[in-house]
Design a binder for this molecule. Structure first.
Ligand SMILES: *Cc1c(COP(=O)(O)O)cnc(C)c1O
Length: 402
């Protein structure tokens, strides 16, 4: 089928929940993807921080094919070897922590929120069910994770949302402290906010939040769905800050394209879940976990996290040079390979994203004026140069965009 035929069929039969670009992608390899008409693109979106090893990495393909021939699914009525091995690898540096597997970021966060509630109940404080999260956060699209998400634009039309969620400005410790009351049971934050435009927490803030949570005996949940698993140049983004949460969640990059999510908790918290308390039919199935295991082993054993630091620093330097060259760029921010350019408010971000696509570069636009870059963790300096050249070209031609 041509791109045009695929688009026509999609528009007839799929719900219009997405504002899609008018291309249909049919093939990928490494950092490159091709559309149905044969046009090649550099993919600096990576399935929204998902394809950590790029497209169709041999390690992923091999694990997928090998496990598909052995055992695809059996349910959690039985023990599953790849599930146990993947859990052990995730928590290898978090002594005593335990893992619950699911299939997406929202489900991982939903599980974390349920665990925090159960923990409060088990510890004789059933009234402490409220959760404080940050404005500009993103935690998912299920009703509870939507209530947790601090962005009214995503919530409108779905009220009433589950009660008990309160939002405070990010990186404002005083606001958080003032929001804590006798009913507060948990605080949930992204160490680096992703979906709303790449806003890293400050060091003092996360350290302060940890201290507040200790003092008020609150569960501290870090949503590492986007920033975790090497994306920022550490295994987990919170390791940049020297603070540890009680519970953290993973998803996007874990399967490098295969759906899998995980909720990880310190033993003390994990023990609040007893058999029957929480479950997922597909969660942690042999296929998903075999792929997750292959991806994680690759990330940890092939120096990929160090590579992200180097590649990310290089990319950020190049973006900073662009910012010096083009006065309409207001800020360069982010960590590792989770970076953003913020343009002046009057700029036409979506048009820039569209021009980049025409020139063979896929990037993500946020609102009217933020460009987000989430290339695969395996991206090379040469590919970064290519992407920066395209951005430079589009910015040069920008005179006729506004
Ligand atoms: C994408 C994302 C989610 C939601 O993940 P889904 O797999 O789409 O449910 C949750 N939290 C963060 C930080 C995310 O970036």
């Amino acid at each position: 089928m041509t791109s045009q035929e695929i688009i026509k069929l999609s528009n007839s039969y799929l719900m219009h929940t997405y504002n899609r670009f008018p291309i249909a992608l049919v093939k990928g390899k490494g950092v490159k993807v091709w559309d149905a008409n044969g046009k090649e693109y550099l993919d600096f979106t990576a399935g929204l921080a998902v394809c950590s090893l790029g497209h169709c990495h041999p390690v992923v393909v091999e694990a997928l094919c090998r496990q598909a021939k052995e055992l695809i699914h059996v349910s959690n009525l039985y023990y599953i070897q790849p599930q146990a091995k993947l859990a052990a690898l995730i928590v290898q540096n978090f002594k005593g922590a335990q893992v619950f597997f699911c299939n997406s970021g929202a489900e991982a966060n939903e599980a974390a929120l349920k665990l925090a509630r159960k923990y409060a109940k088990v510890n004789g404080q059933p009234e402490r069910y409220e959760v404080i999260t940050a404005l500009k956060s993103f935690h998912g699209r299920t009703l509870a994770t939507l209530a947790a998400t601090g962005q009214p634009k995503h919530q409108q039309g779905f009220e009433p949302l589950p009660p008990g969620f309160f939002h405070v400005p990010f990186n404002d410790l005083k606001a958080l402290e003032e929001a804590i009351n006798d009913k507060t049971g948990a605080v949930m934050l992204e160490p680096v906010q992703g979906e709303s435009g790449v806003y890293p927490a400050t060091k003092d803030y996360l350290a302060g939040v940890r201290e507040l949570c200790h003092r008020h005996k609150l569960a501290l949940i870090f949503d590492e769905v986007q920033c975790g698993l090497g994306r920022t140049g550490k295994f987990l983004a919170f390791q940049h800050y020297g603070v540890a949460p009680d519970i953290f969640t993973l998803a996007k990059g874990l399967g490098s394209g295969f759906p899998i999510g995980a909720m990880v908790a310190k033993e003390e918290f994990a023990l609040a879940f007893q058999p029957g308390n929480h479950a997922s039919t597909f969660g942690g199935n042999p296929l998903a976990c075999a792929v997750g295991l292959a991806v994680l082993e690759y990330i940890l054993n092939h120096g990929l996290i160090e590579h992200v630091t180097l590649a990310g620093d290089y990319f950020k330097e190049q973006l900073t040079l662009l910012a010096q060259r083009f006065p309409f760029i207001r800020e360069v921010r982010g960590m590792g390979l989770m970076l953003a350019l913020e343009l002046n408010q009057d700029q036409n971000g979506p048009e820039i994203v569209r021009r980049c696509m025409e020139q063979g570069l896929l990037i993500n636009g946020i609102e009217q004026h933020i460009l987000r870059f989430l290339p695969p963790l395996i991206v090379t300096q040469q590919e970064i140069d290519q992407a920066v050249n395209i951005l430079n070209q589009v910015f040069l031609e920008k005179a006729d965009l506004t």
